[in-house]
Design a binder for this molecule. Structure first.
Ligand code: AR6
Length: 191
């Protein structure tokens, strides 16, 4: 889709990081969009609810099949389903950490969400993937800290991909956009 709101683009060699917002990830035309799911994979509120509503029942059917096969999805891991009626071709569902103060492995788990989602997109030979601000809504992760972890781990993963060339963060509100943009600016400024 045409970028809505503000857009920041940072090139890393042939790869590109895009931070944009305010924006609705369900309207993204990247090859994959990432869902901030819960371990049941049965849908929920926030961005999870929005993705299931916009994509239709094909997403839930695929999630049920996955849960039947592997059971609940642990935090930090990711799985891919078709995207139903969405413009994206795939939804990559990942489960962020619930914020419990920061000493329960939350940063490692949040980094793993981004690393695993990009790894799966690369395995599917996709060129682009869009993330929401995982864990910063119902799961209560402080946005400034989440932004640093999310952008840092995404760029690190992006440097190693074979197919994925573009990672986008599509932030729902301006406040969240500013934090992710600041995190990207600091990262780009670090030699
Ligand atoms: N596009 C982009 N971002 C969105 C959208 C959208 N359409 N809608 C909301 N956001 P949350 P979490 C933002 O709560 O913290 C669900 O019930 C939102 O403003 O969706 O990882 C799941 O089933 C916030 O910045 O995800 C889980 O139970 C960000 O997305 C639980 O919530 C994440 O907020 C997961 O909690």
């Amino acid at each position: 889709m045409a970028d809505s709101g503000k857009v920041m683009r940072i090139a890393f060699g042939e790869r590109i990081l895009v931070i944009t917002g305010p924006g609705d990830i369900t309207r993204e035309q990247t090859d994959a969009i990432v869902n901030a799911a819960n371990s049941s994979l049965m849908g929920g509120g926030g961005v999870d609810g929005a993705i299931h509503r916009a994509g239709g029942s094909a997403i839930l059917e695929a999630c049920k099949e996955i849960v039947g096969r592997i059971g609940r999805l642990p935090a930090g891991q990711a799985v891919a389903t078709p995207a139903g009626r969405l413009a994206a071709r795939h939804v990559i569902h990942t489960v962020g950490p619930f914020w419990g103060g920061g000493k329960r492995g939350e940063p490692e788990t949040l980094a793993s969400c981004h690393r695993e989602s990009i790894r799966i997109a690369d395995e599917l030979q996709l060129a682009s993937i869009a993330f929401p601000a995982i864990s910063t809504g119902a799961y209560g992760y402080p946005v400034d800290q989440a932004a640093r972890i999310a952008v840092g781990s995404a760029v690190k993963a992006l440097e190693k991909t074979t197919h994925v060339r573009e990672v986008r963060f599509v932030l729902f509100d301006l406040h969240t956009f500013e934090h992710y943009a600041n995190a990207a600016r600091s990262l780009a400024a670090t030699p």
